[in-house]
Design a protein around this ligand. Sequence first.
Ligand SMILES: NC(=O)c1ccc[n+]([C@@H]2O[C@H](COP(=O)([O-])OP(=O)(O)OC[C@H]3O[C@@H](n4cnc5c(N)ncnc54)[C@H](OP(=O)(O)O)[C@@H]3O)[C@@H](O)[C@H]2O)c1
Length: 288
Amino acid sequence: MNTTIPTITLANGVEMPQIGYGVYQISPIETELCVTEALRAGYRMIDTAQVYKNEEGVGAGVAKSGLKREEVFLVSKIWISNYGDVRTTEALDESLRRLNTDYVDLMLLHQPFCDRYGAWRALEKAYKAGKCRAIGVSNFFADHIVDLAVNNEIAPMVNQMETHVFQQRKTLRPFLDELNCRLMAWGPLAEGKNGFFTNPVLAEIGKAHGKSIAQIALRFLLEKGIIVIPKTTHADRMRENLDVLGFSLAADEIAAIETLDADKSLFFDHHAGAVAKQFVTEWRGLAD
Ligand SMILES: NC(=O)c1ccc[n+]([C@@H]2O[C@H](COP(=O)([O-])OP(=O)(O)OC[C@H]3O[C@@H](n4cnc5c(N)ncnc54)[C@H](OP(=O)(O)O)[C@@H]3O)[C@@H](O)[C@H]2O)c1
């Protein structure tokens, strides 16, 4: 298996692995083992968040792997209850303690709700202080990210969004390109929703290449210049999801996958009032 993972150059010149391992919905106890296993499989980027409550497991897994800190690209996210000039700085330091490190490679604001401007100013300071090698956002739509970028000194270098074959982010991408901001896909396997793992278009293309549906979908995103972080707790699937480098898709195969795009979330609509209300009331307290 070819495991030389390609990198994406961020706006500040930092090289970020284009494939990483996501640990959402992995229990704090399981995380250490999964991260060790993923690093053994060849992953060199781990994506966690304060709200996943498993940053300690990530730090422990990296320590156990025997790899040097600088060999692993660590990504985490500040939860909305930790937004604000002062609170974000404290929360970032707490993440560093849990991750057992004195810097993260990329820190993101997890959601576009609550005091995101105060939080962003705190991330800018942390970036200048060397606590983050790069800073960015997650779930920020064109309106959120343009506004944040124009009204601050540093523009987000990455935007992590729900992105998969059914939601290809064709309308957001020009805005991100203009800001020199890279797209990072969460849910790159659509979490299996919408019949993902039995999709006939992906299955047919997979047959031609001797690859699985997951591999074809990940390959498609990679060829679009998107950073991917598939999650699995199974070691064989970790290897499978990384084995996407030694082949390429033909133009007609890419065109066929492009037709799967419904330009709609399979999860929730961030612009719906009821969703916003849920975030700032019910879900706000999730990381506390
Ligand atoms: N920023 C955000 O708001 C946000 C939101 C969601 C996720 N994320 C990040 O994005 C990462 C990935 O997204 P995700 O976890 O939501 O979903 P995903 O990676 O699209 O899908 C994960 C699901 O697919 C299964 N799976 C993985 N590889 C497979 C394979 N080769 N064959 C069959 N099944 C497979 C997994 O099951 P098993 O584990 O049983 O294999 C799991 O049920 C997360 O872990 C997290 O780091 C960020």
